[in-house]
Ligand binder design. Structure first.
Ligand SMILES: [Fe+2]
Length: 326
């Protein structure tokens, strides 16, 4: 078995993924996509940035859109259990020779900026401004009715190495794809919060952000979004789906924002909190791995991703190929 035993007592306690920054080239176009079409709620906006949260989130933001000359992804951010965990994280990363610095982030307390084993920017914080609940303010629900950010998926040039690194800081594997010929990992899904994943890794040119997913109440919200996008000028932004994943068992849709940042709309995966949960193994050549039912993924889905600012991606040494739509 190529995956490590779960690390149940990591050096610091990450609660969940929290938020991501996107550099975007046209804030007005991005606002039309994320606010008017998807239905995320604006919590602050200026000529430079828009802060957004989903309907059941109490923290100030799950997505920050920043005006820039070129599109890229910023840091992937995670919430830790208390202030002390930030100091533990600082010492752990510094002890491994990772660059660490304390950074100022609006609406957040102390924030630790560092990077993972591939140089991908990651940040940790405990305190974020809390906002009043709006999950029962039904008059505010629009678009796909996004409830919360669910996960990140990143292209990784070495998924075995990624799983080893993230396992050290407590991410537990729920499902994984193995290349039967090389016996190496082609993809893996790892969690902190008790769902199928907070962050997943897909073999490919990386590190690059493959997608950011938002949880919605039901598959019908996804059908409604497709009707909306196909009649408001966004039909070309629909990339893959709808369908149901083999891995995670979730109902899904992949769409591209005006700059090409990929968003997954996602619902109904399953609970994974048991510490002795056994990971599910998939063969890369199993056609129901990525799509239990629905059209196979197009080539763009395996190739396009958002680069991280200032981080040069490198090619994977694993050439195995999944099933791609003709
Ligand atoms: Fe996903």
């Amino acid at each position: 078995m190529p995956i490590p035993a779960p690390n149940l007592y990591p050096p610091f306690n990450i609660v969940r993924l929290s938020h991501v920054d996107f550099a975007v080239t046209d804030l007005t176009a991005s606002r039309a996509f994320y606010v008017d079409t998807l239905g995320l709620q604006v919590t602050d906006e200026s000529d430079a940035a828009i802060y957004l949260r989903a309907m059941e989130e109490r923290g100030h933001h799950c997505l920050v859109l920043r005006k820039a000359d070129a599109a890229h992804a910023g840091a992937l951010s995670f919430k830790v259990f208390d202030e002390d965990q930030l100091d533990r994280a600082h010492d752990w990363f510094a002890g491994r020779g990772h660059a660490v610095r304390w950074v100022e982030r609006p609406y957040q307390g102390r924030t630790l900026a560092t990077h993972d084993c591939f140089g991908m920017p990651i940040e940790f914080y405990f305190r974020m401004d809390r906002l009043p609940p709006i999950h029962q303010s039904y008059a505010l629900y629009r678009g796909v009715k996004p409830l919360r950010i669910d996960h990140f998926n990143v292209f990784s040039p070495d998924v075995d190495k990624a799983v080893g690194f993230y396992n050290e800081i407590g991410f537990r594997v729920t499902e994984y794809t193995e290349d039967e010929e090389s016996k190496r990992l082609w993809a893996a899904w790892t969690h902190r919060k008790g769902g199928v994943h907070d962050i997943a890794f897909t073999n490919g040119l990386g590190p690059r952000l493959h997608h950011t997913a938002f949880w919605v109440p039901t598959p019908l919200n996804i059908i409604d979004l497709l009707d909306l996008m196909s009649t408001t000028g966004y039909v070309a932004n629909i990339e893959r789906g709808p369908g149901r994943h083999g891995i995670s068992n979730a109902f899904f849709l992949y769409i591209l924002d005006p700059d090409g940042h990929r968003i997954e709309i996602y619902c109904s995966d399953y609970q994974t909190v048991d510490p002795d949960l056994e990971a599910i193994k998939w063969d890369l050549k199993d056609p129901q791995r990525q799509t239990l039912w629905g059209a196979p993924a197009p080539r763009s889905w395996f190739e396009l991703g958002s680069v991280f600012d200032g981080v040069e991606p490198v090619a994977s040494g694993l050439g195995a190929s999944p099933i791609i739509a003709p």
